[in-house]
Design a protein around this ligand. Structure first.
Ligand SMILES: [Zn+2]
Length: 296
């Protein structure tokens, strides 16, 4: 690989300056149900000028200061799943999920071998979920379909074997996701990460007992259908997430995201669902503990 004109470190520190200011703290603690700390600290940097010597601790501290005191670190390939498992073992605020992302599955030279690595990690105590797995035809196109489906089915089986929560990535593939879940039999706890459906799909997921995790997208002006979906989701089936460093909530859309920005999404959800902010925080916290806890 050729050296980029701007080193990775320089780029990271430049982009770190783009992190938005911290929002007003929440009245009660919640969790970030889906974050990519590894991608955030390497691609963007340390939020809020925290200690660069331990960027993970810095990201945790900045989030805890506004009431986001627990994080779920999500794996997308074997390497990030291993990294997340180690970090979850070292930091009490973090638990991990492990998986091959649907965009990753078709790229695996030996899918079975990679799945065996994921399965080995699934047995670890600090690994609380299998994900993100699912279906996404946006980048892989139709050729990726078979490998994605095979991988998704294998992840469902692992989640059931180890009694872990299944974390689903579903990009414009609602019907396929439900078909495969029905076919395999869903694990006891299923999270639709970055829920992106309308009211009708939300009702279908609610009926099946799945948890809907809402990201910063719920704050976007164009997200009327998504807010309708949130409004009909029972309080005990709602989670919130950043998917950091992506999907930064308004009014900071386009800047890097991190767990300390969760309060913006929670406040938007409280308005959308007509729920008292305290009650919403308590519900999200309890649902998070049910799906991924206990943290300590
Ligand atoms: Zn993600």
């Amino acid at each position: 690989m050729s050296e980029p004109t701007e080193s990775r470190r320089q780029r990271a520190s430049r982009r770190a300056g783009e992190f938005p200011p911290a929002p007003e703290p929440l009245p009660r603690p919640v969790l970030d149900s889906h974050t990519h700390l590894d991608i955030t600290v390497t691609e963007v940097g340390v939020p809020q000028g925290g200690d660069a010597a331990d960027p993970v601790a810095a990201a945790i501290d900045v989030a805890a200061a506004v009431g986001v005191d627990r994080l779920v670190q999500v794996g997308v390939d074997v390497q990030s799943s291993r990294w997340g498992t180690e970090v979850a073992g070292a930091y009490p605020a973090v638990v991990a999920t492990v998986a091959l992302h649907p965009n990753e599955a078709p790229r695996c030279r030996d899918l079975d071998a990679s799945l065996r690595e994921i399965e080995a990690l699934a047995a670890e105590d600090r690994v609380r979920g299998i994900g993100e797995t699912g279906m996404d035809f946006y980048r892989t196109g139709d050729e990726g379909r078979a490998a994605q489906e095979e991988s998704f089915r294998a992840h469902i089986a692992i989640a059931k074997r180890y009694a872990k929560t299944l974390v689903i990535h579903d990009r414009d593939a609602h019907a396929d996701v439900l078909r495969i879940l029905d076919d395999e039999g869903a694990p006891e706890t299923v999270v639709l990460h970055c829920f992106s459906g309308d009211a009708e799909f939300a009702a279908e997921c609610v009926r099946r007992g799945y948890l809907l995790s809402f990201a910063g997208t719920v704050t976007f002006g164009s997200a009327g259908a998504l807010r309708e979906a949130a409004a009909l989701t029972p309080l005990d089936q709602i989670l919130v997430e950043t998917d950091a460093p992506y999907l930064t909530p308004m009014p900071h859309r386009g800047r890097p995201n991190a767990s300390y920005l969760i309060p913006l999404t929670v406040r938007a959800l409280a308005t959308t669902t007509g729920t008292d902010l305290d009650d919403l925080c308590a519900a999200i916290s309890a649902t998070g503990e049910r799906a991924f806890g206990p943290w300590s």
